[in-house]
Design a protein around this ligand. Structure first.
Ligand SMILES: *Cc1c(COP(=O)(O)O)cnc(C)c1O
Length: 406
């Protein structure tokens, strides 16, 4: 007797021929995969990408994306997580234990600090914030309990470009001293991890600058579509990768096939988009700097921007972000009104998508250390629109500052 229709639809005899060869890689999705027998079920290996065991542990689609992101960043190994922030959290959870100390740059991505002050503090991990423009400050804050140093180039919102080589040298020196002293600490060296979302693997090679791990919000450039959230952690070190992979597995941080597909689709154009948005951003940053309403523009390619010399030495391109600090005589309400009046620029947090975005920030409220400017700051993220149209939009919105009162 033939099996019933539902069974036949599920266990169908047709198998499409293998060898479908096309531009886009296939999209594979699974909770479990099948095992041919119990021995395979017990012993199949997935950590080295030689096999498949469960959707969380990798599919052909996620393995493919991991390999491409590792290549993008000049690394060897990659793990994918459901957001850039999850990538920050993965690194922290893989390497920090109760009693450890964490060092974070004062101008770090805000949620990185929030995680440190929230969960990490609750788990007995102490965080200190160093001045990223002063390697001696980093050196001063390192203690025998320091386990991990976050780096970011340039800083979120304020875009100071640190001397990454000097910061890495401080960490290398601390490790050399630990090795010299011997003891328990030698087994747990101080690790460095760069939030490389801005550089995206295009502006500079993080590993050539000496960092141990590079984390990226694939949400930004690699996707480019503003329609998917994903993060990655890349390393050249097999032992660090293994630690990340095990924590990733235990926390269940796998990504879905459809999301991986979106990033795979964005990747071929990532360098073209990066450079096109770089050119538009520099043009608008330079133009904005000439405006009488503006006290200063922060963008690493501008000679007046903090860390310009480090950017010039270590990077070959710049991302789509600049911040404008308005003159202190303009109250925040007027700066807000300027943002509200923009039409092509939309209000929003993210960046590296097709639509230009902006957001006002209260910098003193998000920093531990001194901030030298009194005026309101607006961060702009330049999309793929024509520069002339964006400039026209800025021009019309800047008229709010000419009005007698807000
Ligand atoms: C956006 C961003 C993140 C977080 O990425 P999500 O995918 O939004 O969680 C981390 N670091 C930097 C510098 C970012 O800009």
């Amino acid at each position: 007797m033939p099996e019933s229709l539902p069974t036949r639809l599920i266990h169908h005899s047709y198998v499409a021929p293998s060898g479908f060869d096309a531009v886009a890689p296939g999209v594979h999705k699974a909770s479990t995969v099948f095992f041919g027998n119990v021995h395979e079920l017990r012993h199949r290996e997935w950590r080295d990408k030689s096999g498949y065991t469960y959707g969380l542990h990798g599919t052909p689609t996620t393995f493919t994306l991991e390999e491409r992101i590792a290549t993008l960043e000049g690394g060897q190994h990659c793990v994918l997580v459901p957001s850039g922030l999850a990538a920050v959290a993965l690194v922290d959870q893989a390497f920090l234990r109760q009693g450890d100390e964490l060092l974070v740059p004062d101008n770090a991505y805000g949620p990185n600090k929030a995680l440190a002050e929230g969960e990490l503090k609750g788990w007995g991990i102490t965080t200190r914030y160093y001045d990223p423009m002063d390697p001696a400050d980093l050196a001063r804050l390192i203690t025998p309990a320091t386990r991990l140093v976050w780096l970011e180039a340039p800083g979120s919102i304020t875009l100071e470009f640190p001397d990454l080589r000097a910061l890495v040298a401080v960490i290398t020196q601390a490790n050399a001293e630990r090795a010299g002293q011997g003891g328990a600490n030698t087994a747990r060296p101080l690790l460095s991890v760069l939030d490389n979302t801005w550089g995206a693997g295009i502006a500079f090679n993080a590993f050539e600058l000496g960092v141990d791990m590079s984390m990226q919000a694939l949400t930004k450039y690699p996707s480019g579509g503003a329609d998917v959230l994903m993060g990655s952690v890349v390393t050249r070190d097999a032992t660090l990768h293994h630690s990340l992979l095990m924590t990733h597995m235990r926390l269940g941080l796998g990504v879905g096939g459809n999301d991986a597909e979106l990033v795979l689709r964005g990747l071929p154009s990532v360098a073209l988009r990066y450079h096109a948005q770089d050119a538009s951003t520099r043009a608008l940053a330079e133009w904005m700097q000439q405006r009488p309403e503006v006290a200063c523009v922060l963008h690493p390619a501008l000679p007046s921007s903090p860390g310009h010399a480090h950017w010039l030495r270590d990077a070959s391109a710049a991302a789509c972000l600049f911040s404008a600090v308005f003159k202190p005589e303009y109250p925040q309400a007027l700066v807000d009104a300027f943002c509200d009046r923009l039409q092509r620029f939309r209000l929003g947090w993210s960046w590296a998508g097709p639509i230009s975005l902006c957001a006002p920030y209260d910098v003193p409220a998000i920093r531990q250390r001194h901030w030298p400017h009194a005026g309101g700051l607006v961060r702009f993220a330049i999309g793929l629109e024509a520069v002339a149209d964006l400039q026209a939009d800025l021009t019309q919105a800047l008229q709010v500052f000419a009005r007698p009162s807000a």
